[in-house]
Design a protein around this ligand. Sequence first.
Ligand code: MSP
Length: 519
Amino acid sequence: MPKQYYLTTPIYYVNDVPHIGHAYTTLACDVLARFKRLDGFDVKFLTGTDEHGQKVAKSAEAAGVDPQTFTDRVSQNFRDLADLMNFSHDDFIRTTEPRHKKSVQDIWTRLIERDEIYLGSYAGWYAVRDEAFYTEDELTKNAEGKKIAPSGAEVEWVEEPSYFFRLSNWGDKLLKFYDEQPDFILPQTRRNEVTSFVSGGLQDLSVSRTTFDWGIPVPGDDKHIMYVWLDALTNYITGVGYPETETGEYAHYWPADLHMVGKDILRFHAVYWPAFLMAAELAPPKRVYAHGWWTNEGEKISKSLGNIIDPIDLVNKYGLDQVRYFLLREMPFGNDGDFSHTAIVTRMNSELANDYGNLAQRVLSMINKNCDDKVPEPGSFTSDDAKILDFIGNLISGVRQDMDRQAFNEVLEAIWVGVRMANAYVDHQAPWKLKKEDPARMATVLYVLAETIRHLAILTQPFMPDSSAAMLEQLSVAEDARTFAHLGPDHALVPGTALPAPQGVFPRFQEDEGGEEGA
Ligand code: MSP
């Protein structure tokens, strides 16, 4: 039986057009989902849109349409982004769907039944931009003298009847839980942030609002709508068929293996969400990973600065797999990073076009010209041959461990050690010289290289699905022979297999023409 792996992205607020930050979070999940599928797991990958709350209601009003019409329209932008980026999610959830309303009302009822929610009234500060409550001591003032939250969002005073979740009861249980699951919050630095927040003492959390109505009504008291974060977080169990817990997908996939989030929304996922679940007597997720933020040429990305990076522009300019590669290669996952034109062009040209693309192009053209367009017949392997084949055949074990820590940049770095080793091997063996001197040895060298490229292309599939497929096609590797189970000598290329004409896969970025050059 394959082992299951359930991972999720945050669900995106539909008040915004999709930008690089959204593409980044889902890309990381997509790479992980593809990796796990190739590694034999039964994967469920969920993404979607967060459509309720005051922030979305205000955006709809500003656009002059009712919230449902507005969310139908903007939610589509996120599905279009997913197509553009070649994301492989298994389900796309919208919080306005009936299945989700049922699920949220059910978890609410479980919390009421367990006396974890009570009716009171709220008087305090609220930031619509963050959809979050703040205490007085968390606030500072901006240049205009207005009170702002630590995120920079302006707050407003809110006073209304409200239901509260007894979060104050959960501090010790959360700390115990973090202790027992040391990898629940990654990276470790973020974990410390959360534990110190929880150790500082938790207050009960307001979980309903009465001053607007764009949300899911509280069962039995429909003057109240549920707090948008309780609504949104519950999507992760709606996606596996909750409230059905005994059979079906919930029984199969829950608890989730990974919630991928940005650092700004860690508290909701690592404090509130496990507390809600434990209070409802449902299992908490296994891991929350908080990644860093992108800046644009050194500047914070914001609508007001007008420097939003549109994924559509990036893909049109640099190419899809180039963008996918760059976003996960450029900075250690978990850290903040800077997007710049120079940085992406450098990586495209040196690592993709020169190191990887040229390697494949050189080898495949030599095979095409000198081996009758067929996988060459190798003789016996020298120790140099055995060394590279062995290295490349075993790369997966380290890569698998890096992937399980979400260390995407390290995975790519490890694969590129293989790429560079292959380039050094070509230079050293100089097959072009062997052509006259020792054609049998040339065939062995080209075979070793073709096998090396087969391995590299199988390993790069999660990051660059189309380009890797193009490479595997050029080696005539069948579509059902491209999983990680096909790594190693048992599934090696069969000498004599006919190969199609070689084509360049990673073009160089040509600055003068402002676009790509055909390879
Ligand atoms: N709707 C909530 C999430 C609810 S999950 C139950 C939300 N949505 S969001 O659309 O504002 O943000 C979604 C994700 O985009 C977050 O993980 C956030 O960190 C990420 N990013 C937004 N801007 C970003 C950058 N500039 N860089 C990297 N990621 C950033 O929060």
